[in-house]
Design a protein around this ligand. Structure first.
Ligand SMILES: Cc1cc2nc3c(=O)[nH]c(=O)nc-3n(C[C@H](O)[C@H](O)[C@H](O)COP(=O)(O)OP(=O)(O)OC[C@H]3O[C@@H](n4cnc5c(N)ncnc54)[C@H](O)[C@@H]3O)c2cc1C
Length: 815
């Protein structure tokens, strides 16, 4: 007790594989005074019972980079620390038993190649040769990743802990953190039965306990435990130690050789949430009761795939808990609610293969003040405060466990815990045939089914059932007028004598404009990377309205608040719930709206980027002439209780103008034709406005320096080494989504960032950054050369351009 630490720079809460990896990487970076506190014994939570699969291919490039890093780290850990890890690299084989799954695997293989992973696409008989126990009769193909591995989770965590200790980290067991101490919005330490430890930084690596630990200090960490099952057979003569890991996602099963036995685990479609009353504090190296009935159908499918399994004795029915998040991606970063409270939890059953990379990037993020790469996929700031709601988490967890092996359909919508956030217009839109998708809890109309058609998705990799309906919405916006419900926008009011100065320093564009102007801008970090992409509307001398996407509501507010100097006289209010937003877009939008207002909407009186309050129907609304679809149009910001009245008036009058309801899929197809970027896909904190073709929105010459200006100036002077370009496929039948490899004159030069079918252009369109071996990329490089996009292994010729494919001069939005 006497040497129990009383202070530390960093306290890590939790000694599972993630906490151990963070400790290891902080130690490696030379960070002193790091203390890891484990409630009971290292690995006693979830880590000890993991199956130990270490795959490398993830859904995005950066997550794949992290998994690759993990593999390389584990491969060398034993030699480095002297602690055996059980790591072996025998590869992994994924099989497909229907054409759509094979397309998914081939798209994944193309992506893997583009990310630099070794990958082979195999026929069923080639797969059978690699895995002789496999039933191949009903397979259509397979993909093999020879460098994938498997490891012993306990030994690997212990090796990381050993490496951490060697680097000076103190690891204390039987040291539960009972409270996170904080003052004035910032962490100051932790409480344990052995006494308090004052700390600058506290990191929540508490696994399935992470939600409640965070909640105790006012932080929302949406995760929930679920039961997770596998079996281990008796030794099987047919099982050779050289077998790769086998995944059969259509049977929802994975198979791993383990000392002559087979470990078979599942990601069943309907999971069993666990720990509804909180995770028991004394849970340690415990298991949950076996539920053979629950896994029986899965076991039968597994026996079909591996008939030898049917004859093997089963030594162990295992059931252990793991934590899952609402979108099946883990949670990393600093909590927006509490300064210096960081987290790394909610690993959705891939915590072993993610721990190495997650620990590395989190250590860098903590010590450098920014992540070493774009980590938006796993950033805690993508979550919403409501998501800590237990009932919501429990209901969603039923679905999330199975997502790993579910078909990763384009446009797939979650099916559980729906109807959380609804616009005031929700029921009206539903009555009009809306098919809703979910984002950040919002129900949003993605497309509208004509009368007689059920508003329901039928997924595929080709044109889905809503393709023609969305095309009609798209055309209505181009040719007449469309109505979008954009209520889900994040909206903040920024008010006070210093509001202009604060926002102007954060915004790359000049927002010191006269009242009544709307400015499109990026918020940059010190490295010139794009932290946010939004509009700032000046309502008065002292009041601004900031509008961002629904997905960024938490993130952009956190960025704004973090960048307000302590002495600034400014208040920020999240007004997201205060306003409904209607987008009235298309060449006839002026005529339609003019029939409902006495205010003058003529181009001279109400030019592009103007914004002011007008009478509309019986309401007073803010009308802003701006567009994300590339047509004349207005966004209407309507106090929520007036929304229905305004909507009804617009719809009643709209009939004579050919008004059509339009959904988010049409919004997407319209914006890709206009080359409007989407934050999170086309632009991230790794990309600068100059690379993204957004230099027009950077006010280099404005009086106040803005965050990121110096970095951008340096880049402008040195030349740009990657440029975002637009691609349109020659073959109108193929579809683009994202992460497709881009080839120029037979050389890989990039990958797509987002894609959608453009109905006016009549083909699939995508964006992607193009590079030239680290050399400066001039626009000429985009115009010359012959480009192809690889779709599921086929290279499709494509046209490449720097700008928009539709109305490149933006004449239509200014008419
Ligand atoms: C059946 C099963 C199979 C799996 N198979 C794989 C696989 O093949 N590959 C893969 O990548 N992943 C797999 N996983 C997932 C993997 O096991 C987890 O994602 C990973 O172990 C999570 O690690 P962690 O460190 O976040 O959590 P944990 O291992 O649970 O560690 C959290 C630690 O925090 C401690 N703690 C909690 N509260 C406090 C407190 N207040 N004070 C101090 N300490 C505290 C706990 O005691 C615990 O030791 C599997 C999981 C299961 C259940």
């Amino acid at each position: 007790m006497s040497d129990f630490p009383r202070e530390a720079r960093v306290v890590i809460v939790g000694g599972g594989i993630v906490g151990c990896s963070l400790a290891y990487h902080l130690g490696k970076r030379g960070c002193r005074e790091v203390v890891l506190l484990e409630r009971r014994k290292l690995t006693c939570g979830t880590t000890w019972h993991a199956a130990g699969l270490v795959g490398q291919l993830r859904a995005t490039h950066n997550l794949t980079r992290l998994a690759q890093y993990t593999t390389n780290l584990y491969a060398g850990l034993e030699a480095e620390t002297g602690q055996a890890t059980g790591f072996r690299q025998r590869g992994s084989l994924a099989v497909a038993s229907h054409a759509e799954r094979f397309e998914e695997l081939r798209r994944g293989a193309a992506m893997a190649r583009c990310f630099g992973l070794a990958v082979e696409v195999l026929t069923p008989s080639e797969a059978g040769a690699l895995y002789p126990l496999l039933e191949t009769k009903d397979l259509v193909g397979a993909v093999f990743l020879p460098k994938d591995g498997q490891t012993s989770p306990v030994d690997t965590a212990q090796a990381l802990a050993k490496g951490a200790r060697a680097a000076g980290v103190r690891i204390l067991e039987d040291a539960p953190v009972t409270a996170v101490l904080h003052r004035a919005g910032r962490v100051i330490g932790v409480r344990t039965p052995q006494g308090d430890i004052a700390a600058e930084i506290v990191v929540n690596c508490a696994g399935m306990w992470g939600r409640d630990l965070a909640a105790s200090c006012g932080v929302a960490v949406p995760l929930h435990a679920a039961e997770h099952f596998y079996i281990v057979t008796e030794p099987m003569a047919e099982v050779s130690p050289n077998l790769p890991v086998l995944r059969d996602p259509d049977s929802r099963a994975y198979f791993k050789e383990e000392a002559g036995k087979l470990l078979v685990g599942w990601f069943e479609p309907k999971a069993k949430p666990w720990g509804m009353e909180g995770i028991p504090p004394d849970f340690s190296f415990d298991t949950l009761p076996a539920d053979i009935e629950h896994i029986e159908p899965e076991l039968e499918r597994a026996i079909h795939r591996l008939p030898a399994l049917g004859k093997a004795g089963i030594k162990l029915f295992f059931n252990g808990p793991e934590s899952f998040t609402p979108d099946n991606r883990y949670l990393l970063g600093e909590a927006p609610e509490l300064k210096n409270f960081w987290l790394a939890c909610g690993f959705n059953s891939i915590g072993i293969q993610s721990a190495g990379g997650a620990g590395k990037v989190l250590a860098d993020w903590i010590l450098d003040g920014h992540p070493p790469m774009d980590l938006w996929d796993v950033d805690i700031r993508r979550t919403m405060p409501f998501q800590r709601n237990r009932r919501y988490l429990r209901d969603r967890t039923v679905e999330t466990l199975g997502l790993l092996y579910d078909m990763h359909w384009p446009f797939r919508q979650v099916e559980t815990a729906r109807g959380v956030r609804r616009s005031p217009l929700h029921d009206r839109l539903a009555a009009t045939g809306a098919c809703f998708g979910e984002l950040a809890g919002w129900e949003r109309a993605n497309w509208f089914a004509p009368p007689g058609i059920k508003p329901e998705y039928r997924y595929s990799y080709g044109r889905q059932n809503w393709f023609e309906f969305s095309a009609a919405e798209h055309r209505a916006v181009r040719e007449a007028v469309g109505l979008f419900d954009q209520t889900s926008f994040g909206k903040y009011v920024v008010e006070g004598p210093d509001a202009e100065a604060v926002l102007d320093r954060i915004s790359a564009n000049n927002i010191a404009v006269p009242p009544g102007r709307c400015v499109y801008t990026q918020w940059l970090n010190e490295r010139g990377g794009i932290e946010a992409d939004l509009t700032v509307t000046r309502e008065s001398e002292t009041r601004f309205l900031v509008v961002t996407s629904a997905a960024c509501q938490t993130r952009d507010l956190a960025w704004l608040k973090r960048n307000i100097p302590g002495e600034a006289r400014v208040a920020v209010f999240d007004a997201t719930s205060a306003y409904a937003v209607l987008g009235v877009m298309g060449p006839l939008s002026r005529a339609l709206l003019q029939s409902l207002t006495d205010d003058d909407l003529a181009n001279t009186a109400f030019p592009f980027a103007a914004s002011r309050e007008i009478d509309l129907a019986y309401a007073r609304v803010r009308a802003t002439r701006i567009t994300y679809v590339g047509e004349l149009g207005w966004e209407l910001y309507i106090p929520s209780e007036f929304a229905l009245g305004v909507y009804d008036a617009i719809v009643a009058t709209g009939a004579q103008f050919g008004l059509k309801h339009a959904g988010y899929h049409a919004l997407n197809s319209l914006r890709v034709e206009k080359a409007y970027r989407h934050w999170g896909h086309d632009i991230t904190e790794e990309d600068t406005p100059l690379e993204a073709g957004l230099g027009f929105a950077v006010a280099f010459g404005k009086e106040r320096p803005f965050i990121g200006r110096d970095a951008l100036q340096r880049q402008r002077d040195a030349g740009i080494k990657r440029r975002l370009a637009t691609f349109a496929l020659d073959d109108a039948d193929r579809m683009l989504y994202h992460n497709e490899p881009i080839w120029r004159d037979g050389e890989l030069v990039g990958r797509t960032t987002s894609g959608m079918f453009g109905h006016t252009i009549g083909r699939a369109i995508a964006f992607g950054y193009v590079e030239d071996h680290g050399r400066i990329v001039e626009p000429e490089f985009l115009r010359t050369g012959s480009y192809e996009i690889e779709v599921a292994g086929d290279r499709i010729p494509a046209r490449c351009t720097a700008g928009a494919l539709y109305d490149a001069k933006s004449e239509r939005i200014r008419m």
